[in-house]
Design a protein. Structure first.
Length: 278
């Protein structure tokens, strides 16, 4: 739905957030500097942090542990993983979890799903953030969808100040490898990880195959699963959202599940929700 169609239906037109556009746009522009700062070590740093913040922080932490409670880890480890997730610059944990729970509760509903794919590819990919609605972006409104996190002072603090975690990260990277490490480890990594995650909201509701007949258009998309460490098996996930394992067939690679298996072997992951046939 565009702002024009909203007016036609008698709804309040959505306002463009120039602040968010400027922030996202600036980071994308800075990422274009990457070819002039290339080094193999910087590329290695970018790939490592993409995995660390993406697979461990977002996929394992924000998604499978906090949003769905698919497994339990010790509180100290949960907090560490949540900090890693906050380093991805995808919003604070309360914001992220609340939005994701709304997505599952009202999948593809044009009014209640924050990134409904029925509004089109680009809306579900990123425009939903360019035209923020208060029910999804106002803390006092969205916090009710993540009361388990709101009750904990740590998550309230992290939700408010997550963006400042980039400062010590940038200082550390600069000390280790100069501006090359900063451009690749902060800027380019942020852009690539943003689009990797956003593709789950957009592409996996449009392309791919369906193993389960869900009441939505979620699909399994192999290349999205590679980019997002297993999250691309989206039809599997929508059919069984609380299951810790996203790849259900032997060839559905789920790198985040590998991390869960390691934690389970070490005795750090408990109450891991498994598929019914395993």
């Amino acid at each position: 739905m565009t702002t024009r169609s909203a007016v036609a239906e008698g709804k309040e037109p959505l306002a463009l957030s120039w602040t968010f556009v400027a922030f996202i746009g600036s980071v994308h522009v800075l990422a274009l500097l990457a070819p002039w700062f290339f080094s193999w070590s910087a590329l290695g740093v970018m790939i490592f942090l993409h995995w660390l913040f993406g697979s461990i922080g977002i996929c394992l932490g924000f998604h499978r542990i906090l949003s769905h409670r698919s497994l339990q880890v010790p509180k100290w480890l949960e907090y560490i993983i949540a900090i890693i997730g906050a380093m991805a610059i995808q919003g604070g944990p309360i914001f992220w979890v609340a939005g994701h729970r709304l997505h599952h509760a009202h999948t593809e509903d044009e009014d209640k799903d924050p990134y409904s794919a029925k509004r089109g590819f680009w809306w579900s990919h990123m425009l939903w953030m360019f035209y923020p609605r208060p029910e999804f972006f106002d803390y006092e409104m969205y916090k009710k969808y993540a009361p388990d996190l709101v009750r904990q002072p740590f998550y309230r603090w992290l939700n408010r100040y997550f963006i400042f975690l980039q400062i010590p990260l940038a200082i550390l990277l600069y000390a280790l490898g100069g501006w090359s490490f900063v451009i690749y480890g902060v800027v380019l990594r942020a852009v690539l990880l943003w689009h990797s995650t956003w593709l789950i909201n957009s592409a996996t509701h449009i392309r791919g195959y369906r193993t389960f007949d869900c009441n939505d258009n979620s699909r399994n998309l192999w290349w999205a699963a590679i980019l997002t460490y297993g999250e691309g098996w989206h039809n599997n996930h929508h059919a069984h959202p609380n299951v810790a394992k996203a790849g259900l067939r032997w060839w559905e690679i789920d790198m985040t599940w590998w991390a869960i298996k390691v934690l389970k072997t070490l005795g750090l992951a408990k109450k891991v929700v498994m598929p019914v046939n395993e």
